[in-house]
Design a protein around this ligand. Structure first.
Ligand SMILES: [Zn+2]
Length: 81
């Protein structure tokens, strides 16, 4: 007694605290350009790429990467004539 209850509680705890479609930094970086594309089309990336949105909230590293990418894209758009 006790042990299996502990197991199930822990399992529920883990699943409640883990996003169903949680991604890692590698996957986030791969999708960041898509995220910026969505931003540039005026759509809400939180609806289209919710897993990225979620990851960016938790990950300073990827968020910094995103900001750099946004700036890079802006510059590219200005010079792309
Ligand atoms: Zn990350």
């Amino acid at each position: 007694m006790g042990q299996s209850e502990k197991f199930w509680r822990n399992l529920v705890h883990v699943s409640l605290n883990t996003e169903e479609n949680e991604i890692d930094c590698c996957q986030c970086m791969d999708l960041l350009d898509q995220y910026v594309d969505v931003l540039n089309t005026g759509k809400d990336p939180a609806l289209i790429l919710p897993e990225i949105e979620q990851h960016l909230k938790m990950c300073d590293c990827c968020h910094t990467e995103l900001e750099a990418l946004i700036i890079a894209v802006k510059i590219a758009m200005q010079t792309d004539d």
